[in-house]
Ligand binder design. Structure first.
Ligand code: MG
Ligand code: MG
Length: 255
């Protein structure tokens, strides 16, 4: 799980300031895309909104071309957990849609995701999204210098478990971020306090709980990207990129 020999990139305050600019591009793009989510829109149309937003900010999309990914955002609907490819799919009233976005400014990455209801959705879906978002908040609060990466997963897991019989996806995890989107260390959404690499000032971590209404098991569709729950139950996904500073965690991808 934890790749001990890989060094973890440490950023200067000036570098974190550039990451904040990338994070703001992501935050503004996600807010714009989320405001366009409605029944009748296609996921490809949401991708166009994201593309124009990132371009107009003078930034570059992290996702486009990443291992061949063909779009600017991931749009994952209902039982899709992450990595959904925008396309002809039309959103319907009652869907829960995860939107994941990454942007690059001067070589530095930002990465964040949120889940958005389409119109009126089932209360259990709203609660799933709330629990997932709040588990992210709790995980961020545990990302403090001197602690360990396992403290974050522990906090996320304990919170989710306290809320009900949810599934916590283990097949995909958060990650270090900086001069690349995905860097060491892995940041699981489960774990034990004191486990894993020590958290140090100058690190940047993308924390991203993926929580389901059923089991935690996932599978990948024939498009080789879209991750769905194995049992077909809905999932939610929330993510922020966070800088570790002497004053505590600073969310780089919040407005
Ligand atoms: Mg992401
Ligand atoms: Mg990420």
């Amino acid at each position: 799980m934890f790749r001990k020999r890989e060094r973890i990139e440490i950023k200067t305050p000036a570098q974190l300031a550039v990451m904040r600019q990338a994070g703001l591009v992501v935050a503004r793009t996600l807010a714009l895309v989320a405001s366009e989510v409605r029944a009748g829109i296609t996921t490809a149309e949401l991708d166009e909104v994201a593309a124009e937003s990132i371009r107009s900010e003078g930034a570059l999309p992290s996702f486009l071309g990443y291992h061949g990914f063909p779009a600017h955002i991931c749009v994952s609907v209902n039982d899709e957990v992450v990595h959904g490819i925008p396309g002809a799919r039309v959103l319907s009233e009652g869907d829960l849609v995860s939107i994941d976005c990454g942007a690059i400014v001067d070589g530095w990455h930002g990465d964040a995701a949120l889940s958005v209801p389409v119109g009126s959705v089932a209360p259990e879906l709203l609660e799933l999204s709330r629990v997932t978002e709040q588990s992210l908040v709790v995980g961020i609060a545990a990302a403090v210098a001197g602690g360990h990466i396992g403290d974050i997963g522990y906090a996320v897991e304990q919170y989710v478990r306290s809320q009900g019989p949810y599934g916590i996806v283990e097949d995909y995890v958060g990650h270090g971020i900086g001069t690349a989107m995905h860097m060491s260390p892995s940041v699981p959404n489960y774990g034990r306090r004191g486990e894993g690499p020590q958290i140090r000032e100058g690190m940047a971590l993308a924390i991203e709980p993926m929580v389901t209404l059923g089991a935690a098991d996932t599978k990948v569709l024939a498009d080789d990207w879209t991750v769905v729950t194995a049992d077909g139950r809905p999932a939610a996904h929330w993510e922020h990129s966070v800088a570790i500073t002497a004053d505590g965690p600073v969310v780089l991808t919040a407005l």
